[in-house]
Design a protein around this ligand. Structure first.
Ligand code: G3P
Length: 220
């Protein structure tokens, strides 16, 4: 499983990239608003992210009609070769995905919450599909079970393009563990969760004991 970073924060992207584990970045309007992003600076900001991360960088189209999403998607894709256009899983989004895929523009269909949505996204030409785990949990459903259903269903079929499942709306190491065990291609993870993934109390305890014992060695 690859890790994408789910953020628009340049410092977080630069820091996590230095750990050697970040294969891509996903953004959305909420994440851009969270860093105080301004509309006029959005294209330049996506380009700054693309300069920090050579892998796929998802930038979301906010239009709701196919014409708007297609126009916006073409503008976003022109910003850098590694931009992936994020498109909502709706009828208009499917139509836009079909048109963008025909122009060889990679699409990440987002806000996916069901197997039929995922299969339709794949048939429309999406290269990435993002089932949301945490938000499904938020409504007292089982987000991980839903993700697993999508992974299995997509694996059952051949599609014209390679389809990558991105486990999105990830909130915990448990989400990441289960996504990896079920074979999700990618997990897109917020910075704070990504940091926690490398932490373990036994690692800390082992390190403390090694340090203490090494002090005995150097003072002997
Ligand atoms: O990529 C978007 C998705 O990960 C959103 O996560 O935590 O806002 O549900 P969240």
């Amino acid at each position: 499983m690859k890790f994408f970073l789910d953020t628009a924060d340049l410092d977080q992207i630069a820091e996590a990239a230095s750990w050697g584990v970040v294969a891509g970045v996903t953004t959305n309007p909420t994440l851009y608003a969270r860093i105080g992003g301004k509309l006029a600076d959005f294209p330049a900001h996506i380009q700054r992210i693309c300069a920090l991360c050579a892998g796929p960088v998802s930038a979301e189209a906010v239009g709701t009609t196919r014409a708007d999403i297609i126009a916006e998607g073409q503008q976003l894709a022109a910003l850098a070769p590694n931009v992936v256009v994020k498109v909502p899983t709706t009828i208009e989004g499917l139509a836009a995905t079909k048109a963008l895929a025909e122009k060889n523009i990679a699409v990440n269909m987002t806000l996916c919450f069901s197997v039929p949505q995922a299969i339709m996204a794949a048939r429309a030409g999406a290269t990435y599909i993002s089932p949301f785990v945490g938000r499904f949990d938020d409504i007292s459903e089982d987000g991980l079970a839903q993700l697993e259903d999508v992974v299995v269903a997509i694996e059952n079929y051949e599609f014209d393009q390679q389809v990558n499942i991105i486990a999105a709306s990830i909130r915990s190491a448990h989400h990441v563990t289960q996504a990896a065990l079920m074979g999700a291609d990618i997990a897109t993870v917020p910075y704070d969760v990504l940091k926690k993934l490398v932490e373990h109390p036994l690692t800390d305890r082992g390190l403390a004991s090694f340090e203490a014992d090494w002090k005995k060695v150097i003072t002997a």
